[in-house]
Design a protein around this ligand. Structure first.
Ligand code: ADP
Ligand code: MG
Length: 337
């Protein structure tokens, strides 16, 4: 009798432990549209429902600060000549963008909005500006037009800032922090190709992040601990005129879509904001310059798909990146330090 009683207690304890484990790792998901892109936040455990609500609030708050198309945003007001406190959230994002511009020798440039707008990328009313028009517009671009006066930022007339190249990455960091503050230990966030993970995968081990290929299929899978996996591609936003494709990542030298032989580039690192900016910068640089930049500066690693279907991967990612089996014939070149 005693033996049966003991057995029942063990069974009950095991069942309770199992239920508790399931509760700790229960999956919660929240999807919405923000920052011009579909957002899916997935978090695990009992703190997830509240954490997800906080994370959505955090993303929407960042959007309200940074959006170039919301006339009331801090960036839009700066663009119409108002001053902006440098210590505000938008002011700090602009300062980070300026640092990334200097770091990437101008490949990432947050002042291209006059040119970007002429192409219609923010409104969807696409057109191909003439070379003369772009040359004129480029005069209004450049970080020299942004003035710091005491604790304030101000733009010269005609100049405009656009943080579209790092906003989603920054929002992913802020959302991850909101989840952490709510007590969530495990989450994966996807803001239109800007993936950010928090903690470890439920049950332990690295996250496996699928990287989208241009045709909508899978390029491969990247394994990562807590951090960001950010992809920029020329198939994200583009239009075609007379058989020519024009996309939304511009070469700051010309104001035209960057024709650098890159189709997509995926960047991995601890910080979403930096990975987002670097994905844009590496795209502009193209394979040779990006590889040289990475070797020289030891910056965040990347996997790049070029227009002939070849892949380029930094050595520390090579072991964590698996090419999709549909592309197993692709040539993969490993960049070594
Ligand atoms: P996505 O927004 O599709 O994830 P990116 O992160 O590469 O792709 O950002 C592209 C956006 O960045 C453009 O829509 C534009 O707002 C801005 N942008 C375009 N070219 C540049 C550039 N050379 N430097 C900084 N920002 C850029
Ligand atoms: Mg980017």
């Amino acid at each position: 009798m005693k033996k049966y009683f003991f057995g029942a207690v063990v069974l009950l304890a095991a069942a309770l432990l199992f239920l508790r484990h399931r509760e700790n790792w229960k999956r919660h998901e929240l999807s919405f549209f923000a920052m011009d892109t579909p957002v899916t936040l997935t978090a695990y455990g009992p703190a997830a429902p509240r954490g997800l609500r906080d994370a959505e609030d955090a993303v929407r708050k960042i959007e309200r600060e940074l959006s170039v198309t919301m006339p009331t945003s801090a960036v839009a007001r700066l663009n119409t000549g108002e001053t902006l406190p440098a210590a505000s959230a938008a002011g700090r994002a602009i300062t980070a963008a300026l640092e990334l511009c200097a770091e990437t020798d101008g490949a990432f440039d947050p002042t291209l909005y006059p040119a970007l707008r002429a192409w219609g990328f923010t409104t969807g009313e696409y057109r191909v500006p003439s070379r003369d028009e772009l040359t004129e517009l480029l005069k209004q671009c450049g970080v020299r037009h942004l003035r710091r006066e005491g604790g304030s930022l101000r733009l010269e007339a005609g100049a405009m800032i656009d943080l579209g190249g790092l906003g989603k990455g920054l929002a992913s960091d802020v959302a991850a922090q909101a989840l952490k503050d709510a007590g969530v230990e495990s989450a994966v966030l996807n803001l239109g190709g800007n993936v950010r993970t928090l903690g470890a995968r439920p049950g332990g081990g690295r996250w496996r992040i699928g990287v989208r290929a241009p045709e909508g299929d899978l390029l491969g899978v990247i394994e990562t601990d807590e951090g960001a996996v950010v992809t920029s591609g020329n198939y994200e936003r583009f239009f075609e005129r007379d058989g020519v494709r024009y996309w939304h990542i511009l070469d700051p030298q010309t104001g035209e879509p960057a024709r650098s032989r890159v189709v997509s580039v995926t960047v991995c690192g601890p910080n979403g904001e930096r990975c987002d900016a670097l994905s844009t910068a590496y795209f502009v640089m193209g394979p040779q310059k990006a590889a040289a930049f990475w070797k020289e500066r030891g910056s965040e690693s990347f996997v790049m798909l070029t227009d002939n279907g070849d892949l380029l991967a930094c050595e520390d990612l090579a072991g964590r990146f698996t090419v999709d089996k549909e592309r197993k014939n692709a040539k993969v070149t490993v960049i070594r330090r």
